[in-house]
Design a protein around this ligand. Structure first.
Ligand code: NDP
Length: 399
C-alpha cells in the first residue's frame, strides 16, 4: 500500500519499525533514517527478510535540506517522525517542500528553552492546508491515544464533557536506582517544569510536583500520582467544546522523586550550558549521557503500565462518568518487540496513525491533533495491534 520514512532509531522508533514490519499489507517498504546509521542498520539486520522491504539512511534532521534530499531519494507516502521534538519544524518544512504527509509524537521544543507548546506547529496550518497535506501532531499514547479516547468518548458516550483527568501510571521496575523510560533530557525537562491545569477557561499554575493524589489503578493497585503539565492539555482544552476542567497525572515512586530532587538541587537538570575544560555542555545533556539508555531497559523491566482518561459530563441530560484505559505489560512488550512498555505504547499508536493516513481514514489537509479525526478505526486498530482498551462506567474519581 505505501512507503514510510521513519526518522529516529531510538526506543520509540524501534517499536514503530517492528510494528510496520508486522503489517506488510500497509507498509510495503520503510526507510529507517537517523543520526547514527549503525542503529538503523542494527534494526534492519534484526527485521529484514519479511514482506516489508527495509532501507536505511543517515540523516541529521535538524537540517531540513538533508531531510528534503532523503525524501526525494526514497519518495515516501508518509514521514513518521520519532526522533526528538527539536526536529519537528525542520521535518515539517521538508514535508511541505516535497508534498508528503507528516506525523509525530511530541510537540516542538526549542533546544535552548524548556518550553513546549503547539503554537509553533499550529502556525504551519495554512501552509499544509494550501498544499493539501495532512499533518498529525502528537500521535503516541499521551499525547495521542488520550486524544483518540477523548474523541471516542465525545462521539459515543457524551453530549457534553465537562471534566477530563488523564492518568498515566507506570508500575514497571527496571532494577536501576534511577533511569527514565524515554529520552532522559525530554523527560526531565517535562517533569521539572511547573505543573499546570485548565479550569473554567484559565490555566492554573502549580509548583513542580506540588499536587499529589493516590489512585487505585486497575491491575496495578494504589500509586502516588502528581499533577503535571502535559502537551495534550493545550489541544484538548481547545478541541473538546464545553470542557470546564482538564488535568494530567503521572505516577512516580518516592525513589524516583528523591533522585530527581537531588539532581535538581545540585544543578544537574539545568539546560544552561556550562564550560568545562573548554567544552560547553548543558548539565542535563551530560546527565543523559551517564543515565541508562531507555532503549536498553526493555529486557530488565517487569510490571505494567496503565494509561487512560476519566471523563465526567452529561448524556441525555444526566450526569455520566466514563473511564477508558489500556494496561500494558513490560515483559510482554519485550518478548514481542524487544522494548519496554513506554516505547511500545508510543510506537504502536504512531504506526496506527500512519496507517490511518495511508488507508485514507485520516485525511484532513492542515495541521491537526489526533482528537480532530474519526476515532473509530483507530480504536479498532488499538485492539488489533497490541494496545487493547477497557472501559468502566463507575470509576473512582480524582478529587
Ligand atoms: P530516544 O532518545 O531513544 O531516540 C531518539 C532518536 O532520535 C535517536 O535514534 C537519535 O539518534 C535520533 N535523533 C536525535 N537527534 C536527531 C537528529 N538531529 N537527526 C536525526 N535523528 C536524530 O528517544 P525515544 O525513542 O524515547 O523518544 C522518541 C520521541 O518520542 C521523542 O520525541 C519523545 O518525546 C516522544 N515520546 C512521546 C510519547 C508519547 O506518548 N506521545 C512518550 C514517549 C516518548 P542518536 O541515536 O544518534 O542519538
Amino acid at each position: 500500500m505505501g512507503r514510510a520514512l521513519i526518522i529516529g532509531a531510538g526506543g520509540v522508533a524501534s517499536v514503530v519499525v517492528h510494528k510496520c514490519c508486522q503489517n506488510p499489507d500497509v507498509f510495503d517498504e520503510i526507510c529507517i533514517a537517523s543520526r547514527t546509521l549503525e542503529k538503523c542498520e542494527a534494526l534492519k539486520n534484526k527485521l529484514e527478510g519479511g514482506r516489508t522491504k527495509i532501507r536505511t539512511a543517515r540523516v541529521d534532521a535538524d537540517h531540513a535540506d538533508e531531510v528534503i534530499a532523503l525524501i526525494r531519494a526514497f519518495k515516501p507516502d508518509i514521514v513518521i517522525h520519532v526522533a526528538l521534538p527539536y526536529q519537528d519544524l525542520a521535518i515539517m518544512d521538508a514535508c511541505l517542500a516535497t508534498g508528503v504527509p507528516y506525523l509525530d509524537t511530541a510537540n516542538y521544543e526549542p533546544p535552548d528553552v524548556a518550553r513546549f507548546e503547539y503554537g509553533w506547529q499550529w502556525a504551519y496550518r495554512e501552509r499544509f492546508e494550501k498544499a493539501g497535506l495532512t499533518a498529525v501532531l502528537g500521535c503516541g499514547f499521551d499525547p495521542g491515544v488520550t486524544g483518540v479516547f477523548s474523541a471516542y468518548a465525545m462521539k459515543h458516550h457524551f453530549d457534553e464533557i465537562h471534566e477530563i483527568d488523564i492518568l498515566d501510571a507506570n508500575a514497571g521496575d527496571h532494577g536501576y536506582p534511577f533511569a527514565t523510560n524515554f529520552n532522559p533530557e525530554i523527560n526531565i525537562r517535562e517533569i521539572t517544569a511547573n505543573g499546570r491545569y485548565w479550569e473554567n477557561g484559565e490555566w492554573v499554575e502549580t509548583l513542580p510536583l506540588a499536587v499529589k493524589r493516590v489512585y487505585d489503578f486497575p491491575e496495578i493497585g494504589p500509586k502516588d500520582m502528581y499533577l503535571l503539565y502535559h502537551e495534550e492539555l493545550e489541544s484538548l482544552a481547545l478541541n473538546i467544546k464545553g470542557l470546564k476542567k482538564i488535568r494530567f497525572w503521572m505516577t512516580f515512586s518516592d525513589r524516583y522523586i528523591m533522585h530527581l530532587r537531588v539532581l535538581e538541587n545540585v544543578g544537574m537538570t539545568s539546560i544552561e550550558p556550562i564550560e568545562i575544560q573548554g567544552v560547553k555542555i548543558s548539565p542535563l545533556q551530560f546527565l543523559k549521557a551517564v543515565l541508562p539508555d531507555p532503549a536498553s531497559l526493555g529486557s530488565r523491566t517487569k510490571g505494567k503500565t496503565n494509561i487512560g482518561c476519566i471523563y465526567r459530563g452529561l448524556k441525555d441530560g444526566k450526569q455520566k462518568t466514563y473511564y477508558v484505559y489500556n494496561v500494558c505489560d513490560h515483559e510482554a512488550c519485550c518478548a514481542e518487540v524487544g522494548s519496554q512498555a513506554i516505547s511500545y505504547t508510543t510506537g504502536v499508536p504512531a504506526m496506527i496513525g500512519a496507517m490511518m493516513i495511508l488507508k485514507g481514514h485520516w485525511k484532513m489537509p492542515g495541521v491537526h491533533n489526533v482528537e480532530e479525526f474519526d476515532p473509530d478505526p483507530f480504536m479498532d486498530a488499538l485492539n488489533q495491534y497490541g494496545l487493547p482498551w477497557q472501559e468502566n462506567f463507575s470509576p473512582a474519581l480524582v478529587e
